[in-house]
Design a protein around this ligand. Sequence first.
Ligand code: KG4
Ligand code: ZN
Length: 341
Amino acid sequence: MLVLGIESSCDETGLALYDTQDGLLAHALYSQVAMHEQYGGVVPELASRDHIQRAIPLLEQVLAQSGRPRTAIDVIAYTQGPGLAGALLVGASVACGLGLALDKPVLGVHHLEGHLLSPLLARDPPAFPFIALLVSGGHTQLMRVDGVGQYALLGETLDDAAGEAFDKSAKLLGLGYPGGPAISRLAEFGDPDVYSLPRPMLHSKNLNFSFSGLKTAVLTVVKNQITNICEQDKANVARAFVDAIVEVLVAKCLAALKQTGLKRLVIAGGVGANRQLREALNAQAEKKRFKVFYPELEFCTDNGAMIAFAGAMRLQRNPDAAQREYSFNVRPRWPLEQLQA
Ligand code: KG4
Ligand code: ZN
């Protein structure tokens, strides 16, 4: 079965073709980062308009890459939510328009399920059950994953998401958007002993997170030096920020593994691309004898491959999940726990 995946929930247009026999045949991505950069964050209306322009050329690109004709597509899977309403509507309307034109069924996919299952696209995929840390721009959650559609929420952020904390702190340091990769790079040059930032909820005895205080702590440090924060000091703050957030994320992952007795940890979502987080987790995995799995770097951040794959997994469990029903609604707010198994 050949599944076309369409991702358009935020500022990346991603299309991919996944074949249940032959695996991932093609994927293509257009990132709007350069367009949003000048505004310091995603401008929803501009995002929607850009998705409209990119979707069809990217479709042509993946079809050409795969060498299959468009009529070979069996099902069209698209991100139905959560995300920006206007941006989601573009992917949904392209999917349903295409479905109607080709007489193929369509399937709305949960964006976070895409992220959660993305490590299964890697060369060394994890077996179920596993603990998943989902760390993206909008979400920070620890889940127990027993199979496709079997997700139990163990803990989540009470305020900002980890990626949001990265982005906001980077903005305070004048690093532009998106700030995660930039602050991570700068931290490499920072002295770890100059600043100490709080580790929110490190000892909370539950698996929840809170990152808004960390961003405020960065603001306080930056404000105190507003006259001339030198490059080295910026790097020192970046280092203190990364050390704090990584320590909390790692500690909560270890606590989740201990609580459930599981030995497999999956890291999904954009912050999963973070080098310091990976190094810290790898060190702990070796020490504490558990295994940690990451999606391929290109599938950490938003992409169409994870949507095509999550769609294919759903269809394997329930072939009727996709329908020739082309009136659509998107779900900008859609808790993963509400997803039907
Ligand atoms: O999963 P994703 O692409 O989009 C959402 O679904 O939100 O995640 C984007 C987030 C952004 O906040 C970005 O700054 C962060 O992931 N990110 C990183 C890195 N690469 C992306 N954060 C820290 N280090 C990175 N290397
Ligand atoms: Zn995402």
